[in-house]
Design a protein around this ligand. Structure first.
Ligand code: FAD
Length: 391
């Protein structure tokens, strides 16, 4: 039984199906998600998803990103990281910008076509009890209640995981003080800012913003000004003036959508609670800076499906502890720490610090070996290698 038909729950279901294991997926929502969330697929995720025949449609529908950068807005100085240095480390030495909502739509289509996946939407898991040989779930649907039993449960029910709460698990960490504002527009920033990449993390005098291209729009992440309340920062005229600060546009910006979000850094003490295995946002949360949260959850799902399929085929249950040993330290040491460092770097305001940091990044980007080392980590390849080496 899998709780949650987000990217992590559905990749787990498809990975199990590919190994001949049927699953029931319980999902609270009746409609596919459309909100603005992940947009980046890193190289090893593209490598992993090939086995499920998902990489080709991501490449076909997404935007290939051969390089990304950190830049100073006023001077256009930049450190540009060319992912082609990873050519011997991955079959996909580039990132792909493909929106999470499109990925979920693709996964839902695939799950719908797969006989081994019983996807039940509009089902809210409310409680969970564990027995020695099974798990019982209380599920609400259209005012009715039912009790379902499973041998194993994958908890892929996201950041506010009901299963995590119901089992009383500690989700230690912090919530960052700032609120991020995410807006999208079709304005062609690339025609106005010299040398822009498709993924850009930018310092400017007033703070920081990022410009991420998805196939048909730019996504801009901004922060309210010091002391400004979020509702005021989100007013259309205020967002308009913020975008005008980035590139003056006498015609006015068409802002397609805007949403605020808070970011957290949290992780479970253990990904296994008896017969319940946690994966994705239910298990770990990090700043989106660097675009790693969903990718990390997909890596969890593929690893867990392999172990669970082996256990169901008669393998030792201790394989599920190996899942925790392989995936949790990587999330904590590689993903949460890097995302926190990326966020901290971009939040720095001191011009002298920024100049030194930009020079340091430019030196790394200019040296092929140093750039490869840096990109192996930021592209989540070294984390996967470390996980594979853990026994
Ligand atoms: C603005 C933003 C940008 C981001 N950018 C990136 C990026 O570029 N790259 C990246 O890797 N990550 C990024 N992330 C993170 C990424 O969105 C998450 O890591 C990802 O959604 C996690 O997937 P999941 O399947 O674990 O959880 P979710 O996507 O939250 O899915 C959980 C599912 O469980 C269902 N559910 C919850 N409770 C219940 C219940 N009780 N019963 C039944 N069903 C339930 C929910 O309805 C939902 O469908 C970003 C996040 C944000 C907010």
């Amino acid at each position: 039984m899998i709780v949650g038909a987000g990217p992590v729950g559905l990749v787990a279901a498809l990975s199990l199906a590919a190994r001949g294991v049927p699953s029931v997926v319980l999902e609270r929502e009746t409609r596919a998600p459309t909100d603005l969330r992940a947009s980046t697929f890193h190289p090893p995720t593209l490598d992993l998803l090939e086995a499920l025949d998902l990489t080709a449609p991501i490449l076909a529908g997404g935007l290939r990103v051969p390089e990304w950068q950190v830049r100073q807005h006023e001077t256009h100085e930049r450190a540009v990281f060319d992912l082609s240095v990873l050519a011997r480390d991955t079959r996909h030495p580039y990132r792909v910008q493909f929106e999470q909502a499109d990925f979920c739509a693709l996964l839902l289509r695939r799950a719908g076509d797969c006989d081994a996946i019983d996807l039940r939407r509009g089902q809210v898991v409310e409680q969970i009890e564990q027995q020695a040989d099974r798990v019982t779930l209380d599920v609400a649907m259209n005012g009715d209640r039912q009790r379902l039993q499973a041998r194993w449960v994958i908890a892929a029910d996201g950041a506010s995981s009901t299963l995590r709460e119901a089992l009383g698990l500690n989700f230690a960490g912090l919530t960052y003080p700032e609120t991020t504002l995410l807006a999208t527009t079709r304005f062609p920033f690339e025609d106005h800012l010299p040398g822009l990449s498709w993924v850009n993390h930018v310092w400017y005098a007033q703070g920081t913003f990022s410009l991420l291209r998805v196939p048909d729009r730019w996504r801009i992440s901004l922060y309210p000004a010091d002391g400004e309340i979020v509702a005021a920062a989100l007013r259309p005229e205020r967002l308009q003036s913020r975008l005008q600060e980035i590139v003056p546009n006498p015609g006015g910006y068409e802002i397609i959508e805007a949403r605020p979000y808070r970011i957290h850094q949290r992780i479970l003490d253990c990904y296994r609670a008896g017969r319940v295995l946690f994966a994705g946002d239910a298990a770990h949360l990090n700043s989106p800076s660097g675009g790693m949260g969903m990718n990390c959850g997909i890596h969890d799902a593929v690893n867990l499906a392999e172990k669970l399929a082996a256990v169901l085929a008669g393998g030792d249950e201790s394989l599920l502890d190996l899942y925790d040993r392989q995936r949790r330290p990587i999330a904590r040491e590689e993903i949460l720490k890097q995302a926190d460092g990326n966020r901290r770097r971009m939040q720095q305001r001191d011009p002298a610090w920024r100049r030194r940091e930009l020079a340091r990044l430019q030196a790394i980007a200019a040296d092929r070996d140093a750039a490869r080392e840096f990109l192996l980590r930021s592209s989540m390849i070294s984390g996967l290698r470390k996980a594979a080496a853990m026994t």
